[in-house]
Design a protein around this ligand. Structure first.
Ligand code: FAD
Length: 308
């Protein structure tokens, strides 16, 4: 069996694997897509000590760093089930393979909920963005829309209003759903327009970048065009934890794995890290730190529970 089996090959999983392998213990990484969300990212300018890199370049660097160590990397494999056994855990993959491990680190990340409208996929990273902390500065002085009037959308709009030229916040419902204090802050800003009862129906572009969007006024059925350079979609971040449903690992109401400050889950021997967890703020640097924490906790668990 593996001493540490890491499930997920994004920044959190890569960090966890490196930290485990450096202890000289048997380490495996199972990943549906090694690199994770980083593969879908264009410029990365907030990974401290690296002024600028591109997502695919960072994904390659993650893979190369893991390959420096004796880590059994199983790419393009999806975990489907985690079960407790007498002496550890059994993981079953979608292809039907089973793996045994004394400890497991779950770092299966998350995915942004998309609008599902024409143009959204085509202009992803060409104006369609999901992370204001990451991509806000790319739209300095420009016009952007934020889709979604919940807490994350309104926070994003307030954040972006300080950087960009103008923000249009578009909410499907007849009113914003964010906390009142955030709504008041948003309404006080001079360069923000708020449109409610609006369904975004299309992302417009010139073939290489976003030029606007179309929304339908849900009260009149009329369609309107908004000219802009960027669209931040803030309609939910979904943790990739559906497969843990019957595992005994506690999930929060939003489906995030509940962890303590050592990365421990409700199931002793199962640790978790990164965007799949209750960790506040979902960022590469935070996921990597959490991966290291979870890995050191897994080692701590092993030296207390395994025979030498
Ligand atoms: P992920 O990167 O989501 O990796 C999850 C891993 O688990 C993947 O390998 C996936 O294939 C695998 N997986 C999922 N389910 C299963 C399963 N059932 N079985 C096996 N494997 C599974 N952050 C920044 O700090 N700076 C930025 O500039 C930045 N820009 C971003 C731009 C975009 C477009 C997006 C989408 C995100 C951006 N982020 C940025 C956020 C950052 O990418 C994430 O916070 C980070 O990747 C989280 O790392 P993670 O390892 O927790 O999860």
């Amino acid at each position: 069996p593996f001493d540490v089996l890491v499930v997920g090959g994004g920044p959190a999983g890569a960090a966890a694997a490196i930290y485990a392998a450096r202890k000289g213990i048997r380490t495996g990484v199972l990943a549906e897509r090694f690199g994770g969300q980083v593969l879908d990212t264009l410029a990365i300018e907030n990974f401290v000590s690296v002024s600028h890199t591109e997502g695919p370049q960072m994904a390659t660097a993650l893979e190369a760093h893991v390959a420096d160590y004796e880590v059994d990397v199983m790419n393009l494999q999806r975990a489907e089930k985690l079960e407790k056994t007498d002496d550890g855990f059994r993981l079953t993959t979608a292809s039907g393979a089973t793996l045994q491990a004394k400890s497991v680190i779950v770092s299966t990340g998350a995915r942004w909920r998309k609008m599902g409208v024409p143009g959204e996929d085509q202009y992803m990273t060409k104006g369609v963005a999901f992370c204001p902390h990451c991509d806000g500065p790319l739209f300095k002085g420009k016009r952007v829309a934020v889709i979604g009037g919940g807490n994350s959308g309104v926070e994003a709009a307030i954040d972006l209003a300080g950087i960009v030229g103008h923000v249009t916040l578009i909410e499907f419902d007849s009113q914003l759903r964010a906390d009142e204090v955030l709504q008041a802050k948003l309404r006080s800003l001079p360069n923000v327009a708020i449109i409610t009862s609006a369904l975004t129906t299309e992302v417009l572009g010139d073939g290489s970048k976003v030029t606007g969007l179309v929304y339908e006024d849900r009260t009149t059925g009329e369609k309107h065009n908004v000219e802009l350079e960027g669209i931040f979609v803030q309609i939910g971040l979904l943790p990739n934890t559906e497969w843990l449903k019957d595992s005994g690992v506690s999930l929060s109401p939003r489906g995030e794995i509940v962890i303590d400050d050592r990365g421990a889950t409700s199931l002793p021997g199962v640790l978790a890290a990164g965007d799949a967890t209750t960790v506040p703020y979902k960022q590469i640097i935070i996921a990597m730190g959490a991966g290291a924490t979870a890995s050191l906790s897994a080692f701590d668990h092993l030296i207390r529970t395994s025979a030498p």
